[in-house]
Structures are given as C-alpha cells and as structure tokens.
Design a protein around this ligand. Sequence first.
Ligand SMILES: Nc1ncnc2c1ncn2[C@@H]1O[C@H](COP(=O)(O)OP(=O)(O)OP(=O)(O)O)[C@@H](O)[C@H]1O
Length: 285
Amino acid sequence: MQPFINIEHLEKKIDDFTLGPIDFLIEPGTITALVGDNGSGKSTLLKIIMDLVNADKGQIDRFGLLEKEGDWKKDLAYQPQTVVGYDAFTGEDLHQLISHWYPTWDEKLFLHIINELHVPLNKKFGKLSQGVQQKLTLALTLPRNAKVLMLDEPTSFMDIPSKKIVVDLLVDWMEKEERAIILASHQAEDIKKLADFIVLLRSGKMLGLFEKESLTEKYRKYWVTGLPGFETIPGEVFRAEHEVISNQPDLSEQYFAAHDITPMNSMTPDLEEMITLILANKMDM
Ligand SMILES: Nc1ncnc2c1ncn2[C@@H]1O[C@H](COP(=O)(O)OP(=O)(O)OP(=O)(O)O)[C@@H](O)[C@H]1O
C-alpha cells in the first residue's frame, strides 16, 4: 500500500539548530509518535510537513504528490501547539467558520467531542483555560476527517480524565477509515496507549523509527547485587547501582547462574524508562 507520507533526507537549519536528516514513512492505519527532549525539533518537523516552514534539503511526498504540487492540504489536519488567531472568537463562531471550510466535516463527531469534554461554545477562545482551549481546538480539528491528523502536544494542559477521553476519541477516529496520526508528545501514557511507532529525536537528530514494542519487549531489567564492576555481562545495555538492563536475557541469566548470582527481581522495563535512557544517551542501542 502506498504510504500517506514519505519523508526523505529532510534537513532544516535554524540559527545554530539543525534538524535532520529525517527519513520515515507514514503508512495508512498507523499512529506515529514524535518523541524527543525540549527543542529537539518535533514542532518544526510538523510545520515542515504542513509546508508552513521550508526545508533546506530533502523531500516530502504527501499522498503521492511531490513537494508543492497538488491539493493535499485538505487531507492533512494539523493542530499546532499554540493556535494563533482564535482568541477573539467564541467556540460557536469558530465552529461555524471552520465547519464551512471542510466539505467532509463530521458534525456529529464535533457535537460528541464538545459533549464528552464539556466545552462551552459561548465563551471567547482567549478567555478559556489552556486545557479547554486544547479541547475546543481538538473538536475543531478531528471532525475535518482528513486522512492524516497531525497533533502537536494535544493534551499537555488537560486533566487526567480528559486525556483518557481524548485517547478513546483518537482510537475511535482511527477505526473508521484508513487514516493515520502523527503525534508530537511528552505524555508517556498517550504514547503508550496510542503509538504503533515512535520516532525518537535528540537535539534535531533522528535516532530511529522504532516499533513501540521493540523498545521494551526484547529487554529485561534485573535488580541484582554482587555484580563485578569491571565486567560487562552478556547482553548488558545499561547498568546503574543495583540494576542491569539486558537485550539478551537468556545470556544474562546463564551468566548469573554460572556466577552464583540470584537477581532480587526482574521485569520488562517500562517504555518511559527506555525512552529516557535512549534520549539521555545512557543506553547502548
Ligand atoms: N521561529 C523560530 N525562530 C528561531 N528558532 C526557532 C524557531 N522555531 C524553532 N526554533 C528552534 O528550533 C529548535 C527546535 O524547536 P521545536 O519547537 O521544533 O522543538 P520541539 O521538539 O517541538 O520542542 P518542545 O518539546 O519544547 O515543544 C529550537 O532550538 C528552537 O529554538
């Protein structure tokens, strides 16, 4: 199946910051999370995909159309981290304006989101709290029914119950047609629940595109005392005082047995921990 978006050798320099080279595909039916430390280039990458910022090198193929050709914008719905120009309008004003621009607008879905997230439509956007602004913005983005939804930190200001509702709304939205989501997020729970793939960015460099499970499944974390400090055990990719993470648990456990070492406990490491270690460059990949 043809990918919705194909990004090849993309690079962008802004002052002393360099994004890229970036290479990845967005396939129909997938959710990809862009994850990286602050200032790693997630928002810039989304803006380049949306053609709001020009890249210096590389190319983006959107729905089979290269670069600037064709009318692809209706197929890409983008929710920026901060929306500009909404403040003076009420939710209802924005609803009327935006729903008219999109022939595929799903009014039922809009009303459902407003209802689920308790968004008042009679107040000016600028007077709403940041969390409610995010809810209203999502309600004005999701019903456009684009093929690809690009969300930049969509739940960062929301309360915990609302974040859960948004995850459910996005899962439902994905199920209706062949669609895809690109999500820039620092929210570990959203990433865990939603992402199929994770693009890791560190200071503008793409560390890779990982299947979410691949970041945890093959690893095992052991709590262990009595390890020789001078020797790396088979499979070891990370060590702290009484912790070892291994990418070859069988070999590590053979080593423990051969050296009369009994781990106090072991478990599959948490996704958040693995991402933290990789971004901090503390783990051998
Ligand atoms: N308009 C701009 N002018 C100057 N520098 C910019 C501009 N936009 C982005 N940058 C720089 O580009 C880099 C990447 O910023 P970007 O906002 O893309 O990161 P991010 O990963 O989205 O960060 P965060 O997680 O904090 O939202 C930063 O160093 C930032 O200062």
